[in-house]
Design a protein around this ligand. Structure first.
Ligand SMILES: *Cc1c(COP(=O)(O)O)cnc(C)c1O
Length: 452
């Protein structure tokens, strides 16, 4: 049997986002003001985000309607296909059934337009002229650039310098959509200048780029900030993925025993897993949810669950999350989208509640998994997605060992067409693994802010 595709008609696209806050047994800890250490209110975030997104951030309503204009744009590539990976199953000689949801069919090539379009829409509604953001590998920057072009918004992107240099085509894509891209750290902001004064050769980090973007947004009335992951409203927007997968698995007469996703800031994982975890929380169906992160940036598996800043210059509020410390600068491994020091507070909270199992894989193992996938299923995965593939293969091989069949669902969150240099380097034997030692973790965590 060959790979099977499950397609939903457009009228089956979800018309609301699923908000897991409605089903949590205990709420996630509040976001704190960095000065007073007291919970912040919507007004504190107003300089950075449009009010509609702030209200989504704190909402406990289960279903939040997707505006008609956003649905209309989603329909260009949604519902996305769900595939049964029969050829991969055969190659693994596993009794497991492996399904993958493919988000690489969006114009920008990943799941990120699901939130970029929504965020651009709400900013436009509230009269914002310009959105400033950061990007690591360039997936988020190109998604927001795409959304900005549709809504006539100016988009300014601080791109982590190492990616700016390594990934010229992602930068070209952002510029093609009309965005302005600056390598971070830059001389344009006080945050960037402070870093460069100390480290003139800094290759940057997401934490630094976030500081630059937040600084610019806070100082300009017509400008807001946007984040492509981590925040509750971003995870919310991604739940179209899991809701569609539920309906598609129903077509296949199936339900996952385990859902697997890679975690950078947690949004694509939450997008596919939260609707299933919600069903478990409501006592409807059991499921295991496995979050796969890089061993070189192991926030869930080696970080501490603590209040920390989202950025390096400490301009953001304090959020409770699994963190490696806001000054953490990861090694130059290739899954650029997974190089963030923190994690979505909702994902962290669910890990604490025992509802998500975190695991970490080394870079070389993830590339081997990605190539096995490409050679059986034909799609070139983004290096980030290779982590989910490695996790899914691990689960499938466990089924083989145990002689049981389980249903595995994973999120193929993006294609790797702009990441071919990483594959070239892997095939040339130039990539290596990075182990993050406990001593280094301890050092990075020493600077955590104290919260009573
Ligand atoms: C940005 C990105 C990620 C990491 O972000 P999450 O919020 O954890 O999803 C993973 N995969 C791809 C393809 C990305 O673009």
């Amino acid at each position: 049997m060959d790979t099977v595709k499950y397609l939903l008609t457009e009228d089956r696209m979800p018309t609301s986002w699923y908000n897991i806050a409605a089903d949590l047994p205990t709420p996630a800890p509040p976001v704190l003001h960095p000065g007073t250490k007291q919970p912040i209110g919507p007004a504190d975030l107003a300089p950075l985000f449009p009010m509609a997104l702030i209200l989504q951030e704190v909402s406990t309503e289960r279903a939040i309607a997707i505006p008609e204009e956003v649905q209309a744009i989603y329909r260009q590539w949604r519902p996305t296909p769900l595939y049964r990976a029969r050829r991969l199953e055969r190659a693994l000689d596993t009794p497991a059934k492996i399904y993958y949801k493919y988000e690489g069919v969006s114009p920008a090539g990943s799941h990120k337009p699901n939130t970029a379009v929504a965020q651009a829409y709400y900013n436009k509604q509230e009269g914002v002229k310009r959105i400033v953001t950061e990007t690591g590998a360039g997936q988020w920057g190109s998604s927001l650039a795409f959304a900005g072009a549709l809504f006539g918004l100016e988009i300014k992107v601080y791109m982590v310098r190492v990616s700016y240099e390594q990934k010229p085509y992602r930068r070209a894509l952002m510029e093609a959509y009309g965005a302005t891209v600056t390598a971070s750290p830059s001389e344009e902001t006080a945050s960037g200048r402070a870093i460069l004064a100390e480290h003139p050769d800094s290759t940057g980090s997401l934490g630094i780029a976030i500081s630059e973007a937040v600084e610019v947004a806070a100082q300009n009335d017509d400008t807001k900030y946007a984040l492509g992951s981590v925040l509750n409203h971003v995870l919310l927007h991604q739940t179209v993925i899991g809701q569609e997968a539920l309906a598609q698995l129903e077509m296949a007469g199936d339900y996952p025993d385990v859902v697997v996703g890679c975690t950078g800031g947690g949004s694509n994982f939450a997008g596919i897993a939260f609707p299933f975890i919600g069903a478990k929380l409501r006592g409807e169906r059991d499921v295991r949810a496995v979050a796969v992160e890089p061993a070189a940036c192991p926030s869930l598996t080696k970080g501490r669950y603590a209040y920390d800043f989202g950025d390096t210059a400490h301009l953001t509020p304090l959020v409770k999350m699994h963190t490696l410390g806001s000054t953490f600068v990861p090694s130059g491994f290739h899954a650029g989208g997974l190089r963030y020091h923190g994690m979505a507070p909702l994902v962290s909270h669910l890990v604490q509640l025992g509802l998500i199992e975190p695991t970490a894989y080394q870079q070389l193992d993830t590339f081997a998994a990605g190539l096995q996938f490409a050679r059986t299923e034909g799609i070139m995965p983004a290096p980030e997605a290779n982590h989910a593939i490695a996790g899914a293969i691990h689960e499938a091989l466990r089924c083989k060992e145990e002689g049981v069949s389980r249903t595995i669902l994973f999120n193929l969150c993006g294609h790797g067409h702009f990441d071919m240099q990483a594959y070239t380097d892997y095939l040339a034997g130039k990539l290596r693994d990075f182990e993050y030692s406990d001593a280094e973790v301890a050092m990075a965590l020493a600077g955590l802010p104290s919260v009573g």
